[in-house]
Write a protein that binds this ligand. Structure first.
Ligand code: RRO
Length: 299
Protein backbone atom coordinates (compact mmCIF):
# COMPACT_ATOMS: atom_id res chain seq x y z
CA UNK A 1 0.00 0.00 0.00
CA UNK A 2 1.31 3.43 -0.89
CA UNK A 3 1.46 5.68 2.13
CA UNK A 4 -0.87 8.65 2.20
CA UNK A 5 0.44 9.79 5.58
CA UNK A 6 2.12 13.14 5.98
CA UNK A 7 1.90 16.66 7.32
CA UNK A 8 -0.93 18.94 6.28
CA UNK A 9 -0.98 22.50 7.61
CA UNK A 10 0.93 21.64 10.78
CA UNK A 11 -0.95 18.40 11.54
CA UNK A 12 0.39 14.90 11.00
CA UNK A 13 -2.36 12.95 9.23
CA UNK A 14 -2.79 9.29 8.25
CA UNK A 15 -4.22 10.54 4.96
CA UNK A 16 -5.02 13.97 3.48
CA UNK A 17 -8.79 13.42 3.07
CA UNK A 18 -10.77 15.39 5.66
CA UNK A 19 -14.33 16.12 6.67
CA UNK A 20 -15.13 19.72 5.63
CA UNK A 21 -16.79 22.14 8.04
CA UNK A 22 -20.56 21.82 7.75
CA UNK A 23 -23.53 19.66 8.51
CA UNK A 24 -21.80 16.45 9.65
CA UNK A 25 -19.58 18.26 12.13
CA UNK A 26 -22.38 19.27 14.47
CA UNK A 27 -21.98 16.41 16.96
CA UNK A 28 -19.14 14.47 18.49
CA UNK A 29 -20.80 11.25 17.31
CA UNK A 30 -20.75 12.32 13.65
CA UNK A 31 -17.14 13.55 13.93
CA UNK A 32 -16.21 10.16 15.36
CA UNK A 33 -18.11 8.34 12.61
CA UNK A 34 -16.16 10.26 9.96
CA UNK A 35 -12.95 9.22 11.73
CA UNK A 36 -14.09 5.58 11.80
CA UNK A 37 -14.91 5.81 8.08
CA UNK A 38 -11.26 6.67 7.38
CA UNK A 39 -11.04 10.49 7.33
CA UNK A 40 -7.55 11.84 8.04
CA UNK A 41 -8.96 14.74 10.09
CA UNK A 42 -12.35 16.25 10.80
CA UNK A 43 -13.45 19.88 10.86
CA UNK A 44 -16.41 20.84 13.06
CA UNK A 45 -19.43 22.91 12.13
CA UNK A 46 -18.51 26.56 12.73
CA UNK A 47 -19.10 27.73 16.30
CA UNK A 48 -19.41 31.26 17.63
CA UNK A 49 -19.56 33.01 20.98
CA UNK A 50 -23.31 32.81 21.62
CA UNK A 51 -25.97 30.25 20.64
CA UNK A 52 -27.62 30.87 17.25
CA UNK A 53 -30.70 29.26 15.72
CA UNK A 54 -29.63 30.04 12.17
CA UNK A 55 -31.73 31.30 9.29
CA UNK A 56 -35.44 30.53 8.86
CA UNK A 57 -36.26 27.62 6.55
CA UNK A 58 -36.12 26.39 3.95
CA UNK A 59 -32.37 26.23 4.52
CA UNK A 60 -31.38 23.88 1.68
CA UNK A 61 -32.18 23.70 -2.04
CA UNK A 62 -31.06 20.39 -3.60
CA UNK A 63 -29.95 20.71 -7.25
CA UNK A 64 -28.67 18.20 -9.83
CA UNK A 65 -25.30 19.93 -9.74
CA UNK A 66 -24.93 20.34 -5.97
CA UNK A 67 -26.91 22.21 -3.37
CA UNK A 68 -27.55 25.68 -2.07
CA UNK A 69 -27.61 26.11 1.71
CA UNK A 70 -28.37 29.00 4.00
CA UNK A 71 -28.12 27.34 7.38
CA UNK A 72 -27.07 30.67 8.93
CA UNK A 73 -24.36 29.45 11.33
CA UNK A 74 -26.63 27.56 13.72
CA UNK A 75 -24.58 26.45 16.74
CA UNK A 76 -24.86 26.06 20.51
CA UNK A 77 -21.89 28.45 21.21
CA UNK A 78 -18.31 27.36 21.73
CA UNK A 79 -18.81 26.86 25.46
CA UNK A 80 -21.41 24.17 24.81
CA UNK A 81 -19.38 22.62 22.00
CA UNK A 82 -16.20 21.50 23.77
CA UNK A 83 -17.90 18.27 24.80
CA UNK A 84 -18.62 17.41 21.14
CA UNK A 85 -14.97 18.03 20.22
CA UNK A 86 -13.89 15.76 23.07
CA UNK A 87 -16.22 13.00 21.85
CA UNK A 88 -14.94 13.54 18.29
CA UNK A 89 -11.38 13.09 19.59
CA UNK A 90 -12.18 9.52 20.60
CA UNK A 91 -12.09 8.76 16.85
CA UNK A 92 -8.30 8.98 17.15
CA UNK A 93 -7.65 11.64 14.50
CA UNK A 94 -7.16 15.41 14.73
CA UNK A 95 -10.27 17.50 15.32
CA UNK A 96 -10.12 20.98 13.81
CA UNK A 97 -12.51 23.53 15.34
CA UNK A 98 -14.12 25.87 12.81
CA UNK A 99 -14.88 29.19 14.49
CA UNK A 100 -16.48 32.48 13.49
CA UNK A 101 -16.67 35.93 15.02
CA UNK A 102 -17.36 39.52 14.08
CA UNK A 103 -13.88 40.90 14.79
CA UNK A 104 -10.35 39.84 15.79
CA UNK A 105 -11.11 39.93 19.54
CA UNK A 106 -14.18 37.71 19.22
CA UNK A 107 -12.27 35.16 17.12
CA UNK A 108 -9.35 35.22 19.59
CA UNK A 109 -11.51 34.78 22.67
CA UNK A 110 -13.36 31.80 21.13
CA UNK A 111 -10.07 30.18 20.09
CA UNK A 112 -8.59 30.62 23.54
CA UNK A 113 -11.74 29.14 25.12
CA UNK A 114 -11.65 25.92 23.10
CA UNK A 115 -9.27 22.97 23.05
CA UNK A 116 -8.80 21.52 19.59
CA UNK A 117 -5.95 20.16 17.45
CA UNK A 118 -6.18 23.16 15.11
CA UNK A 119 -8.51 26.02 14.29
CA UNK A 120 -10.12 26.86 10.97
CA UNK A 121 -11.19 30.50 10.83
CA UNK A 122 -14.46 30.92 8.96
CA UNK A 123 -13.89 34.17 7.10
CA UNK A 124 -16.00 33.06 4.19
CA UNK A 125 -19.64 32.12 4.93
CA UNK A 126 -21.42 33.95 2.07
CA UNK A 127 -24.73 34.71 3.80
CA UNK A 128 -24.37 35.83 7.41
CA UNK A 129 -24.60 39.45 8.45
CA UNK A 130 -21.45 40.68 10.26
CA UNK A 131 -19.66 37.33 9.88
CA UNK A 132 -17.85 35.21 7.32
CA UNK A 133 -17.26 36.87 3.97
CA UNK A 134 -18.55 40.20 5.27
CA UNK A 135 -15.19 40.36 7.06
CA UNK A 136 -13.24 37.90 4.97
CA UNK A 137 -13.51 39.79 1.70
CA UNK A 138 -11.21 42.48 3.14
CA UNK A 139 -7.51 41.50 3.21
CA UNK A 140 -6.86 43.77 6.24
CA UNK A 141 -9.57 41.95 8.22
CA UNK A 142 -8.24 38.53 7.19
CA UNK A 143 -4.76 39.50 8.34
CA UNK A 144 -5.84 41.02 11.66
CA UNK A 145 -8.18 38.16 12.60
CA UNK A 146 -5.48 35.59 11.77
CA UNK A 147 -2.85 37.50 13.73
CA UNK A 148 -5.12 37.85 16.77
CA UNK A 149 -5.88 34.10 16.87
CA UNK A 150 -2.25 33.13 16.25
CA UNK A 151 -1.24 35.26 19.23
CA UNK A 152 -3.58 33.30 21.52
CA UNK A 153 -3.18 29.64 20.53
CA UNK A 154 -0.34 27.15 20.18
CA UNK A 155 -1.98 24.88 17.60
CA UNK A 156 -2.10 25.36 13.80
CA UNK A 157 -4.46 28.00 12.43
CA UNK A 158 -6.06 27.56 9.01
CA UNK A 159 -8.04 30.28 7.26
CA UNK A 160 -11.00 29.32 5.06
CA UNK A 161 -11.27 31.77 2.19
CA UNK A 162 -14.19 33.07 0.18
CA UNK A 163 -14.36 32.67 -3.60
CA UNK A 164 -16.84 35.57 -3.68
CA UNK A 165 -14.15 38.10 -4.46
CA UNK A 166 -12.27 39.44 -7.45
CA UNK A 167 -8.91 38.26 -6.11
CA UNK A 168 -8.68 35.30 -3.73
CA UNK A 169 -4.86 35.43 -3.83
CA UNK A 170 -4.95 38.81 -2.10
CA UNK A 171 -6.93 37.16 0.73
CA UNK A 172 -4.55 34.20 0.87
CA UNK A 173 -1.55 36.49 1.11
CA UNK A 174 -3.26 38.40 3.93
CA UNK A 175 -3.80 35.13 5.84
CA UNK A 176 -0.16 34.22 5.28
CA UNK A 177 0.98 37.66 6.50
CA UNK A 178 -1.18 37.17 9.59
CA UNK A 179 0.74 33.96 10.35
CA UNK A 180 -1.71 31.30 9.09
CA UNK A 181 -0.38 27.75 8.90
CA UNK A 182 -2.56 26.98 5.86
CA UNK A 183 -5.45 28.33 3.84
CA UNK A 184 -8.54 26.34 2.92
CA UNK A 185 -10.11 27.12 -0.45
CA UNK A 186 -13.02 27.46 -1.02
CA UNK A 187 -16.21 28.13 0.93
CA UNK A 188 -19.48 28.16 -1.01
CA UNK A 189 -20.35 30.51 -3.88
CA UNK A 190 -23.12 33.01 -3.14
CA UNK A 191 -26.22 31.81 -4.99
CA UNK A 192 -30.02 31.79 -5.07
CA UNK A 193 -32.96 29.81 -6.44
CA UNK A 194 -36.51 31.03 -7.18
CA UNK A 195 -39.76 29.08 -7.00
CA UNK A 196 -41.50 29.82 -10.31
CA UNK A 197 -44.97 28.99 -8.97
CA UNK A 198 -44.93 31.59 -6.18
CA UNK A 199 -42.27 33.87 -7.64
CA UNK A 200 -40.44 33.94 -4.28
CA UNK A 201 -36.86 32.97 -3.50
CA UNK A 202 -36.87 29.40 -2.14
CA UNK A 203 -34.47 29.91 0.76
CA UNK A 204 -35.80 31.58 3.88
CA UNK A 205 -32.73 33.81 3.76
CA UNK A 206 -33.19 34.39 -0.03
CA UNK A 207 -29.44 33.90 -0.65
CA UNK A 208 -27.25 30.97 0.19
CA UNK A 209 -24.03 29.20 -0.73
CA UNK A 210 -23.66 26.81 -3.68
CA UNK A 211 -21.57 23.68 -3.04
CA UNK A 212 -20.99 20.36 -4.79
CA UNK A 213 -19.84 19.37 -8.29
CA UNK A 214 -20.94 22.72 -9.80
CA UNK A 215 -18.20 24.60 -7.95
CA UNK A 216 -15.31 22.15 -8.34
CA UNK A 217 -13.73 23.88 -11.37
CA UNK A 218 -13.86 27.20 -9.48
CA UNK A 219 -12.25 25.55 -6.45
CA UNK A 220 -9.51 23.95 -8.56
CA UNK A 221 -8.71 27.31 -10.13
CA UNK A 222 -8.57 29.00 -6.71
CA UNK A 223 -6.30 26.27 -5.31
CA UNK A 224 -4.02 26.60 -8.34
CA UNK A 225 -3.81 30.41 -8.05
CA UNK A 226 -3.20 30.27 -4.28
CA UNK A 227 -0.61 27.48 -4.53
CA UNK A 228 1.25 29.45 -7.18
CA UNK A 229 1.43 32.57 -5.00
CA UNK A 230 1.64 31.41 -1.36
CA UNK A 231 4.41 29.81 0.69
CA UNK A 232 1.97 28.14 3.11
CA UNK A 233 -0.03 24.97 2.28
CA UNK A 234 -3.37 25.16 0.52
CA UNK A 235 -6.15 22.73 1.44
CA UNK A 236 -8.68 22.14 -1.36
CA UNK A 237 -12.43 22.10 -0.73
CA UNK A 238 -15.38 22.50 -3.08
CA UNK A 239 -17.11 19.76 -5.01
CA UNK A 240 -14.63 16.96 -4.30
CA UNK A 241 -16.78 13.85 -4.80
CA UNK A 242 -14.41 11.07 -5.89
CA UNK A 243 -10.71 10.21 -5.99
CA UNK A 244 -10.32 11.78 -9.44
CA UNK A 245 -11.47 15.12 -8.00
CA UNK A 246 -9.05 14.72 -5.09
CA UNK A 247 -6.16 14.08 -7.48
CA UNK A 248 -7.15 17.11 -9.53
CA UNK A 249 -7.02 19.26 -6.39
CA UNK A 250 -3.63 17.87 -5.40
CA UNK A 251 -2.27 18.43 -8.92
CA UNK A 252 -3.51 22.03 -8.61
CA UNK A 253 -1.28 22.30 -5.54
CA UNK A 254 -3.44 21.15 -2.61
CA UNK A 255 -1.75 19.48 0.37
CA UNK A 256 -5.06 18.01 1.50
CA UNK A 257 -8.70 17.91 0.47
CA UNK A 258 -11.94 18.38 2.37
CA UNK A 259 -15.20 16.57 1.60
CA UNK A 260 -18.61 18.14 2.26
CA UNK A 261 -21.57 17.84 -0.08
CA UNK A 262 -20.49 14.41 -1.42
CA UNK A 263 -21.20 13.00 2.05
CA UNK A 264 -24.87 13.01 1.06
CA UNK A 265 -23.88 9.60 -0.36
CA UNK A 266 -22.83 8.47 3.13
CA UNK A 267 -19.62 8.10 5.12
CA UNK A 268 -18.37 5.48 2.63
CA UNK A 269 -17.16 8.35 0.44
CA UNK A 270 -14.02 8.64 2.60
CA UNK A 271 -13.04 5.03 1.97
CA UNK A 272 -13.75 5.30 -1.78
CA UNK A 273 -11.56 8.39 -2.15
CA UNK A 274 -8.72 7.07 -0.01
CA UNK A 275 -8.65 3.69 -1.75
CA UNK A 276 -8.87 5.30 -5.21
CA UNK A 277 -6.03 7.68 -4.41
CA UNK A 278 -3.88 4.91 -3.00
CA UNK A 279 -4.46 2.60 -6.00
CA UNK A 280 -3.70 5.43 -8.45
CA UNK A 281 -0.36 6.12 -6.75
CA UNK A 282 0.50 2.43 -6.60
CA UNK A 283 -0.30 1.90 -10.31
CA UNK A 284 2.07 4.70 -11.20
CA UNK A 285 4.69 3.98 -8.52
CA UNK A 286 4.29 7.54 -7.31
CA UNK A 287 4.16 9.19 -3.91
CA UNK A 288 1.59 11.76 -2.91
CA UNK A 289 4.28 14.44 -3.00
CA UNK A 290 4.94 13.62 -6.69
CA UNK A 291 1.38 14.67 -7.54
CA UNK A 292 1.33 17.92 -5.60
CA UNK A 293 1.34 20.92 -7.89
CA UNK A 294 2.00 18.82 -11.00
CA UNK A 295 -0.30 21.06 -13.04
CA UNK A 296 1.91 24.05 -12.27
CA UNK A 297 4.69 22.77 -14.57
CA UNK A 298 5.45 25.13 -17.40
CA UNK A 299 7.33 22.66 -19.63
O1 RRO B 1 -23.98 27.82 8.31
C1 RRO B 1 -24.01 28.15 7.10
O2 RRO B 1 -25.04 28.57 6.56
C2 RRO B 1 -22.82 28.10 6.27
C3 RRO B 1 -21.54 28.38 6.68
BR1 RRO B 1 -21.13 28.71 8.46
C4 RRO B 1 -20.47 28.43 5.76
O3 RRO B 1 -19.30 28.72 6.07
N1 RRO B 1 -20.77 28.20 4.46
C5 RRO B 1 -22.01 27.89 4.05
O4 RRO B 1 -22.23 27.66 2.85
N2 RRO B 1 -23.02 27.84 4.95
Amino acid sequence: MSSLAGEVGGLILENPVMLAAGILGTTGASLRRAAMAGAGAVVTKSVGSIPRDGHPGPTVVPLDIGLINAMGLPNPSYREFQEEIDIGKTGGIPVVASIFGADPDEFASIASGLTADAFELNLSCPHAEKYGAELGRYPEAVQSVTKAVKARVRVPVWVKLTPNTADIVELGLAAQDGGADAVVAINTLKAMAIDIESGYPILGNRFGGLSGPAIKPVAVRCVYDLSSALDIPVIGAGGVSCFVDAIEMIMAGASGVQIGTALQRGYGVFGEIIEGLSAYLERRSMRLSDLRGLAMRRT
